[in-house]
Structures are given as C-alpha cells and as structure tokens.
Write a protein that binds this ligand. Structure first.
Ligand code: COA
Length: 501
C-alpha cells in the first residue's frame, strides 16, 4: 500500500488508513453516495473501482451524486456493472449515456448550481449516506484539502453521515491554498454571497470535516482521466472570429469595458477555439468566472492576458495538466476553485455581469435552445451549468455549427424538439455562417435575423418558407407556428435520415 501518512497530517487518523476494498465493503445497496469530482477531475478512483469489482460478484445498486461528469473509474466502472440506480446531476460517459437512454438508470438532469442544496433539503430521496472524496491531504484538524475540483464536495461532506477520503498522491500538494470553500446557509438563513470581484476570497482553503466523521482513508495514485482536445476545426475558428469581432464592436459602442466582463465558457471545441481566439487577440486583463478551467485559460495566463480565473475544476488536456502541475506556483496566483454552488451562482453571475458562452445541440427560429436532447428524446449529457449562466448573464451567447451529421440535420429548426433555455434568456447566436444579435427583437424580427444570419444555405429557404406560411396561417400572431408542422423536420429525419425534403 502507498504510504500516505505524511499527507494525513492529523496523526489520530493514521489508524483509519485501509485498502480500497475494505472501504468499499462499507457501501450498502440503495445508499446515496455523494462523490467528489467535476469533469474528469478530482473524483475518487480506487474506492469506486473496488466497489465495481464487488458489484460484479454480488450485484446491487446505489444512487450516485457528484458535481458533474466524472472519469471512467467512477461513472464508467459503475455503469458497466449496472451498479447505478439513480444518477445526478450531469454525465458525459458513453456507457452511462446508453444506460440512461435504455431505462436502466434513472437520471435527474438539473442546474448544477442547485444540485447541492437539493441534496441538503433531502428532495432527492434522503440525504448523503456516504461521501467519497478525493483529497490532496488531510490537515492537522482533520479537514480535507481537495484536489483538482471542488464541485459539490463540501456540501456532501457537510451533510454526510460518513466520509471516506481517498488521498491521491498523483495530485501535487501545491494545490493546497487554491480552493475557496464556502457553503451557503439554506433559506431562511441565507446571507448574500459576498463576492463582488472574481478573485474575492470568502471561505476556507479546506473542506471543514473533522476527524470523527472520517471513517476510512484510502491511498490512491491513479491520476485524473483527462482527455486531449482535438485540433480547432474551421467552423470553430470561424465562430471564434465572429464572436470576438462582435465583442470588439460592443466595446466600441461603449456597451462593454475594454477588458470585457468576466467570461464563462463551456467545454468542447468551440469553447476552446473562442478562448484561443482571445489568446491571439490584443485583449488584456481578462477575467474568467466559469466552471471548468481548461488549456485555453492556461494559455491566457502564459500570454500575460489573464487577470484572474475562478472556476470549480481544472480539466485540461494531459499536456495541460502536466503544464498546470509544473508551473503551479505561477498559476496559483491567478486561479481559484470554488464550490459549484458559488461558481455557478445566479446571484454572482447577475452581479458581476458574466458573458456566458455555451454550445447548443439545436436552436429554433425564435431563439429557444435545446442543449440536451437529440431529436427531443435521447439525453446527450445534461444541462450542466448552461442554464445557471444563460438566464443570469449580462450577455448570453450560444454556438452551434449550422448543420450536424454531414448536413442531414439543420441545427436551426422551426421549433426545438426539447427546450432548456427559452427565448427570454438568449441574446446572441453564432454558427459558422454568421452571428445573430436578437436583443430587443420581437419573435418575428428575431426569426428573420436568426434564419438570415445563422442558417445553412441548404435550409434557409425552407425556414423562410415555414415562417412566411406560419405568419399567414396565424395572421401574424406573436409567435407564428404551424403546430402540425413545427416538429416535422425531426420526424422527417427519424423517418428518412435527413431533414431535407
Ligand atoms: N441534432 C442531432 N444531433 C446533433 C445535433 C443536432 N442538432 N447537433 C449535434 N449533434 C450530435 C453530433 O453529431 C455529435 O454526435 P456524435 O457524438 O454521434 O458524433 C454530438 O451531438 C456532439 O456534437 P458536437 O458537435 O461534437 O458537440 P460538442 O462536443 O461541442 O457538444 C453539446 C455540444 C451541446 C452536446 C455540449 O456542449 C453539451 O453537452 N452542452 C450542455 C451542457 C453545457 O452547456 N455545458 C457547458 C458548461 S456550463
């Protein structure tokens, strides 16, 4: 067993160091497990792998609550053995995605900022029975120093009966001090969250726990299962250029300060391209208030363009992770991880005026957005934090390529087959075809701007034809629709393999 005693600074806890198998044996069928982790960062690995082995021999299920998606050793391993009954709040694992689209796993998809408080209220079928938490170290007082993510961990530890800590020696001790742990009180006792600047520090650098709650401590040296990013493709590059030009025109018009407002950027290729666009621009003193800190943020810091980045997890590529670890002394002066309840807080997003940039599966001519359901039925990942930011941002931008599946699908449709973000929340749409600024426009005005600026030429005439016929049929109703035809594009795709006529 790896020797972790120097990282467990509370000596009274040394007797609680056990193998992953021994700790996993404590988990009972039907328990609510609150695990650390947000993206493949900072999630427990050894105990879930041991639990999956146990479930293989003696099948049973647990309910799994995390910060967001996690790595293969947790979601993947437990989904493979059919060990999850109910999952919340977000996932990106292929095995798990299949299970929640074939009825094997119940999935509760919700705004990430709300997930901790819903577990504290007990709305999700009881409270956290066991929190399983990855740590860098345990302090002299028995408090937990997290690793590469904060997620919902502090809240899970607070409400759990029992805590199992995985001390991961692959995580550098220099991460200590990069966290700002603050769990709000629940209504009616909640106070304003006292953040007015992205780098305000309001909590402790550790998760308050104490030695008594900790049942077991397990050594682990498996590193975060971070994944490489693909190269920036032409479409993402084009969308990045369009949005950066738009920001420049907003600055010129006096609607944005020279160094912008705090940026929130989703994950994936477009988000990566947009942030890289900033690296190659003449912007300086940029601030980031987001969920996930990825390679682009490290690039911004290296280029001297980053004032500060606040997030809830470090989820770079393998190269980015090596860079983070190598230069952690430098990055720790410019980066901080907070609980997702604070990183995604609607209160903070509104106060500091976030610029939210997220990717959509599809959006419709009136500006509604589907971020989650393919053809209205199959869950892709989940809403994640996109709704926390979209509704509360100063400026809400959504990106999508104008078509999917080699042109067989138009990402701009008459009516979304599922709606995560409504027309009331959205400001800017960007595809590789162009940018639509729909602020202050009525639905009929919005539809023309979205179709003309964002739709692919193959679908533009079909969308305009739909709009004109809907206007005629409804005598220019506020939001014209042909209700028997609105979802016919999706029906056609399911029947024929293309939305084209
Ligand atoms: N209809 C059907 N399928 C579509 C589609 C559409 N309109 N648009 C995209 N797809 C498919 C793609 O073909 C691809 O399928 P494949 O994996 O079988 O090839 C898949 O959806 C992912 O598309 P991709 O273009 O690779 O998108 P992405 O990696 O940029 O992810 C989302 C896009 C919307 C799935 C992703 O951003 C997401 O989960 N968003 C919700 C949560 C969120 O916004 N988080 C951000 C942080 S707050």
């Amino acid at each position: 067993m790896i020797d972790i005693r120097d990282r467990v600074r509370c000596k009274a806890l040394h007797d609680k160091i056990v193998s992953a198998e021994e700790a996993a044996a404590f988990i009972k069928p039907g328990m609510n497990i609150g695990a650390s982790g947000f993206t493949p960062a900072g999630y427990p690995k050894a105990v879930p792998l041991a639990l999956a082995e146990r479930m293989k021999k003696d099948p049973f299920k647990i309910n799994l609550w995390t910060g967001a998606s996690v790595g293969k050793e947790l979601d993947g391993a437990l989904a493979e053995v059919g060990g999850i009954h109910k999952r919340m709040p977000y996932q990106t694992n292929t095995e798990l995605r299949n299970s929640l689209n074939n009825g094997q796993v119940e999935y509760f998809d919700l705004h990430l900022s709300e997930s901790a408080q819903l577990t504290r209220y007990g709305f999700l079928g009881g409270k956290v029975d066991v929190a399983i938490v990855e740590a860098c170290a345990i302090t002299e007082e028995g408090h937990i120093v997290p690793t590469t993510s904060m997620g919902n961990t502090a809240s899970f530890v607070q409400s759990a009966d029992i805590v199992i800590v995985e001390v991961n020696t692959s995580q550098p001790l220099e991460l200590e001090g990069m966290h700002d742990v603050y769990v709000p009180l629940d209504p009616p006792h909640r106070q304003p969250i006292p953040i007015v600047k992205v780098n305000d520090r309001i909590g402790t650098p550790y998760i308050p726990c104490g030695p008594d709650k900790i049942k077991y401590i397990v050594p682990c040296d498996i590193s975060d299962d971070v994944r490489p990013f693909g190269p920036i493709d032409d479409n993402s590059q084009k969308m990045s250029e369009l949005i950066i030009d738009f920001f420049k025109s907003e600055i010129k018009a006096g609607r944005l300060p020279k160094n912008m407002l705090p940026l929130q950027s989703g994950v994936g290729s477009v988000a990566n391209a947009v942030i890289t666009g900033f690296v190659n621009s003449d912007f300086t003193d940029l601030e980031v208030y987001t969920e996930v800190i990825q390679d682009g943020m490290l690039d911004l810091a290296d280029a001297g363009k980053l004032k500060f980045a606040s997030g809830t997890s470090f989820s770079p590529s393998p190269d980015g992770l090596a860079r983070l670890y190598q230069n952690i002394g430098e990055y720790r002066t410019k980066m901080m991880l907070r609980p997702q309840e604070i990183a995604n807080s609607p209160e903070i997003a509104r106060r500091i005026g976030i610029i939210a940039m997220n990717t959509a599966i599809e959006f419709d001519i009136y500006g509604h957005v589907n971020s989650t359901h393919v053809m209205g039925t199959k869950m892709m990942n989940g809403i994640g934090g996109s709704g926390d930011f979209a509704r509360n941002a100063y400026l809400t931008c959504f990106f999508s390529t104008s078509t999917a599946k080699n042109g067989a699908i138009s990402s701009i449709v008459p009516m979304c087959s599922h709606i995560d973000h409504t027309e009331h929340d959205t400001d800017i749409f960007v595809t590789e075809m162009g940018l639509a600024d729909v602020r202050g426009l009525s639905p009929r005005e919005r539809a023309r701007v979205i179709i003309n600026n964002c739709a692919h030429p193959d679908y533009k005439p079909m969308l305009l034809d739909y709009l004109e016929r809907a206007e005629k049929a409804t005598k220019k109703a506020h939001t014209p629709h042909l209700v028997d035809e609105a979802l016919s594009w999706h029906a056609r795709f399911l029947e024929t393999g293309t939305m084209k006529k």
